[in-house]
Design a protein around this ligand. Sequence first.
Ligand code: SF4
Length: 302
Amino acid sequence: MQSRSKLKEKTGQALKMLESCSLCPRKCNVNRLKNELGFCKTGLKAKVCSFMPHHGEEPPISGSRGSGAIFFSNCNMACVYCQNYKFSQLQEEGREVSPEELAGFMLELQNNGCHNINLVTPTHVMPQILQSLVIAIEKGLKIPLVYNTSGYELVEALEILEGIVDIYLPDMRYADNNMAIKYSSAPDYPKYNRQAIKEMYRQVGVEGLIIRHLVLPDNISGTDKIMRFISSEISKDAYISLMSQYSPYFKATGIKEISRRLLLEEYENAKTIMEKYGLHNGWTQDSGGLERFAGVNIKSNI
Ligand code: SF4
């Protein structure tokens, strides 16, 4: 973690980005300091849905005492199959919190023995998170920070996090722009996502990066292109979490090609692709482990 003065300086820099919001690739240019709302429907204050010790993340993140997950409401993507749609898109759960309150959640999770603070969907509230960190660190927060993101990120925003985030946990969701638009309303996701993964790797190397790849039905996620990118432009030693847990939540029930769960052979094919590109680190979800990451078990709605 960086010095207090450096963290404060970076917080100021991040807050400035809210004035004409350009925190993520959407660049809505709304003034969030005045509570104007862009795509992510979030104004000046962060909105939190829940926080709790989470035991369903990848083993090194959950450890034995759980990862201290903080679930932020709203999102800069709009996935038609989102399992958290009630708080990510419909604004049905969660409430606005002050920086002091958010800092308090972090400290409570640390006091509960959690191994880390796991910021779930943090992109659109990164400056608010930094504001809270300043307070939490002053009050004794010591555990590592996990940045758990859909990966629709801007390098300029990630650069601010250098030396602050310990572990990046990004998705690589799509290799094809048309798919990203159709299923997540996220134009140019592949381009921004790849730039973001490179920046994260530059900051934290192999040891601080776990790339999640959710295998979607009908090869919508473009597994081959994504694994080729990781193997050739990141590292063959990169840690990958290959996820088979797709289920048709939310609008996906009405979209034929994604209205079913993943077939076993589709997942097996994704594993073969990983092997083909020499990617050998990480986690797969076999039938016994299928429940390991499946579903978010929210216990402490606020
Ligand atoms: S963080 Fe929200 S308001 Fe800012 S650019 Fe992204 S979607 Fe738009």
